[in-house]
Design a protein around this ligand. Structure first.
Ligand SMILES: [Zn+2]
Length: 468
């Protein structure tokens, strides 16, 4: 009797393994293996444990019929990642948001203050801007507005800046963030020395270049500077938002980066899917001559707080006051050229709170507007640019990233489940704080942060992504 009961139960035990979560019958799209087929996905704990055509049993079972199961998106460019924007990011399919351009200071405290409290995964570079602002006692908030912008650093200040960055790298910073255009008084030699530092630590340089567009120096000379520094030092280089700095020269800039890559320089780049940029009006970007540099006029500037377009008079008043500004300066043609290029990753350049719609809508906009509606790129390419490519950019210095950006057995269960027919951004320049639509389920380390299209309260599965 005991023997026959065992015979009855053993096959059942083998086939009916219980997963914590099963996503049933979704279209799994994995950019690493190229898998694009209907599968059941089983999650155990924090890990993808099964991808199968066989039925799987789970404590929680989700019907994913008609939905795409993709790796959660990795945003390399989200400023001041924190509770105020994590919710928008999660509703846009993002499971990891990294502040790599401006970076942070001090790095260790930044990580420890978020551990156990974050909705999604987080990480940052050691920031040249905040280190320079601290060493030179600049009075700006977030971006320099006086000392760190206007004058050279003394030898003591230079030593203090470099010591801060070394400590930041020691504490796990994912690279060195630089905004050369925001610290125009930092000579080329100060910048090159930071590349040597990055090379010594084998960490990438994340760069907002010195200048933009067709002016002088413009994007060509600005790219020449950082490509030359990368070649001379051996530091990996990531050029932030090629769309908003190359502007009408986007194809030329992409050709330069491709050429450098072909000759062995480790350089990558990214874009966000909007014709307008955003920054702070008191920053160095609006020093005299800005119209030519940015290819914009007063009426191309929108004051975020009121939505008004500027005049010469309001420009002067608001610049003294300081605050956020949106700059309409690019064309749809250039955005499509950047997004469609196989080398370009997707990254939002989002802000602390939505002032520009890119904070809330970047990823849904690429999937819905540019991939589905305009066919500027395939859905698989859009997913690859938003997940696998950013993961690969960081995996040499952060082994955690080898298990992200993929739907495969053993990978972290960072998963975005969306409706490919409905996914779209809802945030606009007039109403930037609108959640994207179409993300039905988003998991971070196996925990739902979005479920049935709704944000989940009281969960904080986000982990710090650090360099080792
Ligand atoms: Zn920037």
């Amino acid at each position: 009797m005991r023997f026959s009961l065992l015979l009855l139960f053993v096959p059942a035990l083998l086939t009916a393994q219980n997963y914590d979560v099963v996503l049933r019958g979704g279209r799994v799209m994995d950019p690493e293996s190229g898998l694009d087929a209907v599968r059941n996905v089983g999650v155990t704990g924090k890990t993808i444990a099964a991808i199968s055509t066989q039925a799987l049993r789970g404590k929680t079972e989700i019907d994913a019929t008609g939905l795409v199961i993709a790796p959660g998106f990795i945003d390399l460019h989200q400023h001041l990642p924190g509770p105020e924007n994590y919710r928008f990011k999660a509703m846009d399919g993002v499971t990891t948001a990294l502040e790599l351009e401006v970076g942070v200071f001090p790095v260790g405290e930044w990580y420890s203050s978020r551990q156990g409290k974050a909705l999604i995964n987080f990480g940052a570079s050691a920031g040249h801007i905040p280190a320079r602002m601290a060493a030179m006692k600049d009075t700006g908030t977030f971006l320099p507005r006086d000392n760190a912008m206007n004058r050279r650093a003394t030898p003591e200040e230079r030593a203090a800046i470099e010591a801060s960055l070394r400590r930041g790298l020691d504490e796990g910073g994912l690279g060195i963030g630089l905004g050369i255009g925001y610290t125009p008084s930092a000579p080329s030699e100060e910048i090159l020395n930071l590349f040597y530092l990055g090379a010594q630590w084998k960490r990438p340089m994340f760069i907002h270049m010195r200048d933009a567009g067709a002016s002088v120096p413009g994007v060509v000379e600005s790219l020449q500077e950082v490509i030359a520094d990368a070649a001379a030092s051996g530091a990996p280089l990531h050029v932030m938002h090629i769309n908003s700095q190359a502007l009408g020269r986007t194809r030329e800039a992409l050709r330069m980066i491709e050429g450098a890559r072909a000759r062995g320089v480790d350089v990558t780049t990214e874009a966000y899917p909007y014709v307008a940029g955003a920054t702070r009006l008191e920053s160095a970007l609006f020093e005299p001559g800005w119209q030519e540099k940015l290819g914009a006029k007063f009426s191309d500037l929108m004051w975020v707080d009121t939505g008004e377009r500027l005049t010469q008079e309001t420009f002067a008043r608001y610049r003294k006051q300081g605050g956020r500004i949106i700059i309409f300066q690019n064309t749809e043609e250039m955005i499509r050229a950047a997004l469609a290029h196989p080398m370009v990753m997707i990254a939002s350049d989002g802000g602390a709170a939505p002032g520009h719609p890119r904070t809330a809508g970047t990823f849904a906009r690429v999937l819905g507007k540019y991939a589905r509606d305009e066919k500027a790129l395939t859905l698989m390419d859009a997913i690859r640019k938003a997940s696998l490519m950013p993961a690969k950019r960081l995996e040499a210095m952060s082994p955690q990233m080898r298990m992200k950006g993929r739907i495969k057995v053993g990978a972290d269960a960072d998963i975005a489940v969306f409706d490919p027919a409905r996914v779209i951004d809802k945030a606009t320049f007039e109403k930037p704080a609108e959640y994207s639509e179409g993300f039905r389920y988003v998991l971070v380390d196996g925990t739902f942060v979005v479920r049935d299209g709704k944000l989940q309260e009281g969960v904080a599965p986000g982990q710090g992504i650090q360099a080792k």
